[in-house]
Structure formats: C-alpha cells, structure tokens
Ligand binder design. Structure first.
Ligand code: ZN
Length: 246
C-alpha cells in the first residue's frame, strides 16, 4: 500500500507594494491603495525543492511598466532579494527540480534564469496563445541552454505525486492553479486570479479580469481546494505562522 505524499510549503517574501483598489477588486476605486506582498513558495518534502513562481529581479523595469496601478512601485529589503531570500531559506537554486509558474507576469516569472536545472512548468494554452508577443525575451533566453527539457507545457495534470496543476484563467489566459497535498488538506495556490483572500471568500472578482471569468475560475478552485493561498495577500503570513503552510 502506498502512502500519500504530503508536503509543507514555505513562504518567502520577495517585496511589497501598494496597488489600486480598482485592480484588486472589481468596482474598486482608483484612489484607495491595497498593500500587496510579493511571494515565492518552496514546496518541501519531495526529493528536491519545488518552487511556485520565481520571484522578481528587474524591479526597475517592472516598476516602469506598472506605474499606473502599482503606486510608488515594488520595494525590496536586502533580505527580500532573490539570492539572499533563497540562501537564508537554505535553498540552493541549482537543486530546484521544478518551477511551477502560476502565470507569465513579471513578478511571477522573470527570475526563471536563476534555476539552472529546473523544469519550468507553464500552462500550455496560455503559453501558445501568448507566444511570442507576450512571452518575455529574458524568459525564453533562460530556457534555451537546456531546450526543450527546460520547459513543460501542461494542461490539467499531476507534476509530481501530490502536486497538480490545472488551468483557471480569470486573470490571464496563462493562469494555472497549483494544488499541493498537505497534512491540512489540499492547498491551492491561485496566482493572481485571487490576489487576496477576500476575492475568494466573498466571491469578489479581481479588477484585472472579466468578472464572470474570475468567478468561473474561483468555482473551479473550490472544487479542488481545502484552503487557498492567494497571490499577494499579506495575511498569508498571519494565517500561516512563520510562513509555513501545511
Ligand atoms: Zn502578481
């Protein structure tokens, strides 16, 4: 009889910013700002660490492109810079076997070059529809040295025992959710289809989506999740002391 593999997921803080309520919640105001955290998650308990998203490196470029709705830009403390963040967590980037990308926006995928041995897992539909115009040049360059083994395009499937991905859309056509089995049940990482817990608990779509698409995506998540981990909610660190999930 095989025992089910259960994981713990460690939350790493990669920066913070303030985003307009209009982007965060459908119908929100442009004047009110909502605090966001930037995260990378490390799934531990398998043979190698598996990451959810890569973290952000080109903060200046990212801030230029998002100045209209991320007011004041992303800031990172020295310990939130990707290399320091990972080394403080005892993670060797070369040991990471998979990087599961929730979606192909800069704050989630632009540091992919830091993981030289990882298989990068991206939703197939989103990748093909976005290629080449919406796929960053830096993202592709990072994959070339080990092409085609560096990229795994996915539908709804198991990546490793107890770790699954499924397409949700709702924020971007490339948005996939990541379900991880833990001792506390199945944790679903929503990416930015839910920025905040409130998007999910109150069925309140994000502003950066068609509301019906976002509600459909959240309905799909409800079928899989015992609990969710939203993309940018600072409360993740309050709900999960020490940032340890599961
Ligand atoms: Zn994001």
């Amino acid at each position: 009889m095989s025992t089910k593999r259960l994981y713990k997921i460690r939350t790493l803080l990669n920066g913070r910013c303030n985003v307009t309520e209009q982007v965060t919640f459908s119908g929100g105001s442009t004047d009110k700002l909502i605090p966001f955290n930037l995260y990378v998650w490390v799934i531990e308990g398998g043979e190698h660490p598996v990451l959810i998203d890569t973290g952000l490196v080109d903060v200046e470029g990212f801030n230029k492109g998002t100045a209209a709705y991320i007011i004041g830009g992303v800031t990172q403390r020295p310990d939130e810079l990707p290399e320091t963040m990972l080394s403080n967590a005892g993670i060797d980037p070369a040991d990471v076997s998979h990087v599961l990308i929730t979606h192909l926006h800069g704050d989630h995928c632009n540091n992919v070059g830091m993981y030289p041995n990882a298989t990068v897992v991206v939703n197939r539909k989103g990748f093909l529809e976005g290629f080449p115009t919406n796929i960053g040049q830096g993202f592709m360059s990072a994959l070339i040295p080990r092409w085609p083994d560096s990229l795994r395009l996915t539908g709804d499937e198991e990546i490793l025992p107890g770790i699954r991905v499924f397409w949700i859309g709702g924020h971007s056509v490339c948005s996939q959710a990541i379900a991880v089995d833990t001792e506390q049940g199945t944790a679903v990482f929503t990416g930015d289809t839910c920025y905040m817990y409130e998007n999910y608990t109150n069925d309140r779509p994000i502003g950066w989506a068609t509301p019906e698409d976002c509600r459909r995506a959240m309905a799909r998540i409800r079928m899989q999740a015992d609990f969710i981990v939203p993309g940018h909610d600072p409360c993740v660190l309050e709900k999960h002391p020490g940032g340890i999930i599961g």
